[in-house]
Design a protein around this ligand. Structure first.
Ligand code: GDP
Ligand code: MG
Length: 175
């Protein structure tokens, strides 16, 4: 978190398997629309959204190949918050998140949220919501779980707002 002349910047990093829905989730949040043409992310993409006059959200959307995890470790060192994303139609994308956390050296102090993407694809669901909620504890005590849809917009604002408000709360505590 940086507090400068221009206010506070909250640094958020998204992680998870390729195709889990990270880039499309960010597009929905920043543009308010579903962009089905999202290409596989190469490297790390940066987005910025002003939350209010004093606060902005800096979003780093990472590539999803676990072999490249060492290249993105620096982004996690700086992160105030991490969105761990999986695809509700693909169980291995949830299973892989534990490995992602280790490989990317996600810091304990970061605010974390577990995000099940593509919840509009109910007919293809492979991960019951209850199962993800039961497993959320392996990532830390205060981690919350949301299911989102970039297609319908379900929970998209909510999950970004929750992350921002948790980070701001921590910041106020530490001042
Ligand atoms: N139906 C549906 N498809 C989605 C959703 N989010 C992403 N997708 C599709 O899933 C694929 C992978 O999404 P992408 O955002 O590129 O995943 P990433 O590799 O994690 O960044 C794309 O074809 C998206 O159009 C969603 O909420 N609902
Ligand atoms: Mg992507």
């Amino acid at each position: 978190m940086e507090v400068g002349q221009n206010g506070t910047a909250i640094k958020l990093v998204l992680l998870g398997d390729d195709y889990s829905g990270k880039t499309t989730l960010v597009y929905r949040y920043k543009d308010g629309a579903f962009n089905p043409l999202s290409d596989s992310t190469v490297g790390v993409c940066f987005y910025h959204k002003k939350l209010d006059e004093h606060t902005s959200l800096q979003i780093w959307d990472t590539m999803g190949q676990i072999g490249f995890a060492p290249m993105i470790i620096p982004y996690f060192k700086e992160a105030d918050a991490v969105m761990m994303c999986y695809d509700i139609t693909n169980k291995s994308s949830l299973n892989n998140l534990e490995l992602w956390n280790i490989k990317c050296e996600v810091p304990e102090r970061a605010v974390k949220v577990l995000v099940g993407c593509k919840c509009d694809l109910e007919d293809q669901r492979a991960v019951p919501e209850t199962e993800a909620k039961e497993r959320v504890g392996v990532f830390g005590q205060e981690v919350e779980h949301f299911e989102t849809s970039a297609k319908t917009g379900h929970n998209v604002e909510n999950v970004f707002n929750l992350v921002a408000s948790k980070v701001m709360k921590l910041k106020r505590k530490s001042n």
